[in-house]
Design a protein around this ligand. Sequence first.
Ligand SMILES: CC(C)(COP(=O)(O)OP(=O)(O)OC[C@H]1O[C@@H](n2cnc3c(N)ncnc32)[C@H](O)[C@@H]1OP(=O)(O)O)[C@@H](O)C(=O)NCCC(=O)NCCS
Length: 154
Amino acid sequence: MIYRVMQAADLPLVMEIEKQAYEYPWSVGNFRDCLGAGYRCRIFEIDGVIQGYSLVLIGAREAHILNICIRATLRGKGYGRLLLQEQLDALAGCEVDMVLLEVRPSNRSAIALYESLGFNELGRRKGYYPAADGREDALIMARQLLGADWPPAM
Ligand SMILES: CC(C)(COP(=O)(O)OP(=O)(O)OC[C@H]1O[C@@H](n2cnc3c(N)ncnc32)[C@H](O)[C@@H]1OP(=O)(O)O)[C@@H](O)C(=O)NCCC(=O)NCCS
């Protein structure tokens, strides 16, 4: 089981997992943009096979979890938690005080994962996601990083 940097050559297999995971998946262009922008994009592999990925934008004292996904057949085995923890551990070494993410209120398993790792609801973005019956709000969830100097010194 390893984590490694995502590369453009991974995108065909990443897209297979992405399309199975989401009703409204990212396009390959979304992944390319993240790679091109230098975001922290990680592949999770078991026995040389891609089983998940996570993408995080690190900005001015804030990080944003943009996508985290485990292959559908491998869910519920603790890998999603490991994948998120890998990103949080890496962020602890950066000058980041707060980690943010958006999630559909209907995505109960993802919300349970985030809450179990210390994320709390910060607010909502109205009509953020496409949905079958129009739009769905996004929950904004946030977690302060342990050890971070919060509030940041002015
Ligand atoms: C969200 C996701 C990454 C979680 O990965 P996973 O490997 O299935 O999760 P884990 O097995 O590590 O479980 C971690 C925690 O998540 C929660 N969880 C996972 N599956 C759950 C389920 N079916 N129902 C309720 N809670 C669940 C639990 O709190 C669990 O902790 P526990 O096992 O100690 O109870 C995975 O479901 C996924 O890829 N979903 C599709 C993509 C997606 O929705 N990503 C999030 C976008 S915001």
